[in-house]
Design a protein. Structure first.
Length: 367
């Protein structure tokens, strides 16, 4: 029993690591998922591990199965032999993707795979509460399949990214730009600079897709390099994950401060020596509450990007319970600590003229 349990956990981990993609609604399934199906069909992974792995990926939104009505109960929880046969044939390329998806739908219908409806309903409610909608990209459709416009600042996502992840990123961006939720940007100058610099959030399923997709090579070859002049890549597996820090709070803010505030107020927020931000950062490093040298490869400009991120999100409460995790790089993880230990950056980020956010985004924009 213990061996099966360990195999189950291992299989879930392997699937989570090796299957960083999505079952699109039209049932187009990436090639690497077939490896896992083949292992299961060959008996290398037990039924329980296969079910737990698929169920985990569905619940996390990593894969999406077409809507399937789930019956209230089922007398059997065993997996019919024909589904395992289908998995093996599909892994060998003998049957189409749709046939494998039908097997997963059968397991859902029979209650062998249980879908957490509450999470799906929550995502639907988020969609309904937004003025933001996902659409086909107005351009770059060769590279990206989904698009959201947030006050003129675009998010481009690959087709494999689930709608829930795209909308969460759009909500966070909207909350950063319109923190009082009155329907207009808090600092129009910053938004104007984001548009002028062609600032973009490209959203991939994970770092693996970003690095292996060859999008950027094709992008450059096709002459679109200037169209993505200022961009910070975001990964769906790090966006609003369960029981982990939401990376969208960091990456989206990086773009806003670097390409918005840095361009709108270069003497204050430019990531260069002599700006007020740079002077405050130098003092923070000398005071040893900011240590950008934890990452020896971090360029000088990026040290500013990280510094203002740590400071603002600490003021907003995002880092309050993370000191053990972030302490080697950043020690002033609360508003009170920054007020006392780094008044220079505190005064900059709370100066009414600049209209920085005063409420931490939670992915639920109500403007």
């Amino acid at each position: 029993m213990l061996k099966i349990l360990l195999l189950s956990v291992l299989a879930v981990a392997m699937i989570g690591l090796m299957v960083p993609s999505v079952f699109a609604e039209e049932a187009s399934i990436p090639q690497w998922i077939k490896n896992n199906a083949g292992w299961w069909a060959d008996g290398q992974i037990p039924d329980s591990a296969f079910v737990q792995g698929i169920q985990f990926l569905i619940k996390e939104g990593i894969i999406v199965i077409p809507p399937t009505e789930q019956e209230a109960s089922s007398e059997s929880t065993s997996i019919p032999a024909w589904i395992k046969n289908n998995a093996g044939w599909w892994a060998d390329g003998q049957i189409p993707d749709s046939a494998f998806v039908q097997g997963i739908q059968f397991l859902i219908k029979e209650g062998i795979i249980v879908i957490e409806q509450e999470r799906l309903e929550t995502e639907s409610q988020v969609v309904e509460s937004l003025d933001l909608t996902i659409s086909s990209p107005p351009k770059f459709e060769k590279y990206f399949g989904k698009y959201v416009d947030v006050f003129g600042v675009p998010i481009y996502a690959t087709s494999q990214v689930t709608d829930g992840k795209v909308l969460h990123a759009a909500n966070v961006l909207a909350q950063y730009l319109d923190n009082d939720a009155d329907g207009t940007p808090d600092n129009p100058l910053v938004v104007e600079k984001l548009k002028e610099t062609n600032s973009v959030i490209p959203l991939f399923t994970n770092e693996w897709e970003d690095e292996t997709s060859k999008i950027w090579d094709d992008f450059s070859d096709d002459g679109y390099g200037s169209e993505f002049n200022c961009w910070i890549a975001l990964y769906a597996d790090e966006t609003n994950p369960r029981n982990q820090f939401d990376a969208s709070l960091e990456e989206i803010l990086h773009m806003i401060t670097q390409c918005g505030y840095g361009e709108a107020y270069p003497e204050i927020f430019a990531e260069k020596e002599g700006s007020a931000l740079s002077n405050a950062m130098t003092n923070a490093i000398e005071s040893r509450h900011y240590n950008p040298f934890v990452d020896e490869r971090m360029p000088f400009g990026d040290q500013h990007t990280e510094y203002i991120y740590w400071a603002l999100t600490s003021i907003l409460g995002a880092q309050e319970n993370r000191l053990g995790e972030i302490g080697q790089e950043w020690k002033l993880n609360t508003k009170e600590k920054i007020m006392e230990g780094d008044p220079d950056i505190y005064n900059l980020l709370t100066e009414p003229e600049y209209k920085f956010p005063t409420i931490l985004p939670d992915g639920n924009y109500q403007g």
